[in-house]
Design a protein around this ligand. Sequence first.
Ligand code: NI
Length: 188
Amino acid sequence: MKLPVYLYGHPVLRRKSETINSDYPELKKLLDDMFETMYASEGVGLAAPQIGRNDRIVVIDADPVSENNPECAGRKMVLINPVVEILDGEKITRGEGCLSLPGLSENVTRIEHIKLQWEDENFTKHEEIISGFLARIVQHECDHLEGKLYIDHISPIRKQLIRTKLNNIISGKTRCDYAVRYAPKKKK
Ligand code: NI
């Protein structure tokens, strides 16, 4: 079942998410729904706050961008309670978008190599050094679990330049070809 994607301005995107354990109700169904929602909106990653839940759950399928990013080939992942450790080394600036910020894309500078620890859907622990665009996707999605968005990484001037677009998302004026949930209207 496709779920509505919560858009910029909704408070659920700004809260820190909670660690989950194997008692989590209907996790399998939720993961299926998250993948279906992500594929329907042509995203390569989706974090639980984006479907309205402040839980530390991320789904990623980076395979669609593997043509230009070989490290992404076949990388379909469920990240439960992920922890990103930034490794020393180069930073790369590349364009980034987010399903919660439709119609926007901005350059974001991120670390190229990370150490990722996570649990899969069976709560088996994993650890891996991840690089390149896959590391970027992971950092973007794990930011969501901290209540952070990629636009928090851009310069104040750049943010000022996209202010109108951001306000249009908040006020529900942005059209989107996937199901969305807008921010609650502010009481006047
Ligand atoms: Ni995002």
